[in-house]
Design a protein around this ligand. Structure first.
Ligand SMILES: Cc1ncc(COP(=O)(O)O)c(C=O)c1O
Length: 438
């Protein structure tokens, strides 16, 4: 079997994880020790879909259910008090991790729910809900919403639906030749634009959007900026206040945390003006048989019994990431990105989709193998114990723009080793010969 050397480590930063630190990190993730497909070591390269969980996250959830399980914000008993304190401590920790204030973090099920929450709140405002204060968020005919061609469906379909409900118009920013969001032409952001919703980093190409340029263009016309930080939150140091966006979303399960928890960040004055979307228990002040007044944010947007164990698990995950250091982690992953691009680009008949250089991108690399369907590529990789993702990765317009229907994607995380990338590249090199294509 040909070996594909992974050589480009010359430009490594000084802060990256040492080999000993990386070994210690891997020991924290019990799942990584298992084998798959007839006893082969697992090489998990699907972190962009969902990250594996360190023991501290598993323990935090177990401890909650073992020792403190109670509904939050409701009971007057000792367990309820402890659970509420842990739940709110988690909010404070997650807020600090993303450079926000505690009151600006609304718990959601995931990023998708956060984006839908903002879009539905805007049409509720358009329908007159939330009174005069909410009118700043109301959208209607003549208004425009701008997205990019690089969006995950989660940051596209809710805006299409908002336009369909309100009569607003959807526009989009195109991509440049490298598959990056083309900020050299932001002419679609005009006085009619009310919202610019863009991804921080693409889940297909790994490209990082120059958010500052988008924010400047949006601010110039008074539009709100909604940032999809789903891919970036666990891979780059994130400071939402410094980025100066109005809303942002992320999912806990991509950040080493549990499934079932994510967050919507909103600037405090916007959350205060925003009408609720889900209504019911826990989000109210006074309820009579005919009407209701609502609690202040963030509780206004957290109807029903909350995902307490998951919030506590996410607290543990962001503590783990912070202790490792986001700069060291980003350096480690930059090394893996260089290795991936270097290794894949040496294989004949494989085309990297998106930027082929390591600047301003994450360790998320999608590629097309000439004359081999991505599902077949995935199968050859899986036979060697390598977990990759195949399909359109919930980004059909982006794939169409890149001239393919589907692709194979590999994505690394804090626990991924350079040796794993080398093994992946070696296995990828066998795909075309295996199918008699090269
Ligand atoms: C860029 C991006 N945005 C949004 C989402 C949606 O995340 P979730 O399914 O956790 O809501 C994903 C998930 O893959 C993503 O990669």
């Amino acid at each position: 079997m040909p070996s594909v050397p992974v050589t480009d480590t010359a430009a490594l930063g000084e802060d990256r994880l040492s080999a000993a630190e990386l070994a210690a990190v891997r020991a924290d993730f019990p799942l990584l020790a298992r084998t798959v497909r007839a006893g082969q070591p697992l090489i998990y390269l699907d972190t962009a879909a969902t990250a594996q969980k360190p023991s501290c996250v598993l323990d935090a959830e177990q401890d909650f259910y073992t020792l403190r399980n109670a509904a939050v914000h409701r009971g007057a008993h000792a367990l309820a008090e402890e659970a509420t304190a842990a739940f709110e401590d988690a909010r404070a920790a997650v807020a600090a991790f993303v450079g926000a204030d505690e009151g600006e973090i609304v718990w959601t099920k995931n990023a998708t729910e956060g984006l839908n929450l903002v879009a539905y709140a805007m049409s509720n405002a358009a329908a007159g809900r939330g009174g005069a204060a909410a009118q700043a968020l109301a959208i209607g005919p003549g208004d425009e919403i701008v997205v990019t061609e690089a969006e995950h469906h989660a940051n596209l379909v809710p805006w299409q639906e908002l336009c369909a409900r309100t009569g607003a118009t959807l526009r989009w920013i195109g991509l440049d030749d490298q598959g990056r969001v083309d900020t050299s032409d932001l002419s679609m952001i005009t006085e009619a634009t009310r919202v610019v919703a863009c991804t921080h980093a693409s889940n297909v190409t790994g490209a990082i959007t120059p958010v500052d340029q988008v924010v400047t263009a949006a601010r110039a016309v008074g539009a709100l900026v909604v940032l999809d930080a789903c891919q970036s939150a666990a891979h780059l140091p994130l400071d939402l206040h410094a980025l100066d966006v109005d809303f942002a979303v992320f999912s806990g399960h991509k950040m080493l945390g549990p499934t079932g928890i994510g967050a919507l960040y909103g600037r405090r004055e916007l959350l205060e003006a925003m009408p609720p979307v889900l209504t019911g228990g826990s989000m109210v002040e006074v309820v009579t048989m005919s009407e209701t007044t609502y609690a202040p944010p963030p509780q206004r947007f957290e109807a029903g019994t909350q995902m307490v164990a998951q919030a506590i698990g996410l607290h543990s995950a962001v503590t783990y990431l912070s202790e490792l250091g986001m700069t060291a982690l980003a350096e480690h992953e930059a090394q893996l990105t260089r290795a991936l691009l270097d290794g894949i680009s040496q294989i004949e008949g494989v085309r990297i989709l998106g930027p082929t250089t390591a600047e301003d991108r994450l360790a998320v690399v999608s590629f097309a193998v000439a004359d081999v369907h991505p599902h077949d590529v995935g199968q050859v990789l899986d036979d060697a114990g390598i977990a990759a993702r195949v399909g359109h990765h919930c980004a059909q317009p982006l794939h169409r723009r890149l001239g393919v229907h589907a692709s194979t994607r590999v994505s690394a995380g804090v626990y991924t080793t350079p040796a794993e990338i080398e093994q992946f590249c070696t296995q990828l090199a066998t795909v075309r010969p295996f199918f008699g294509r090269g």
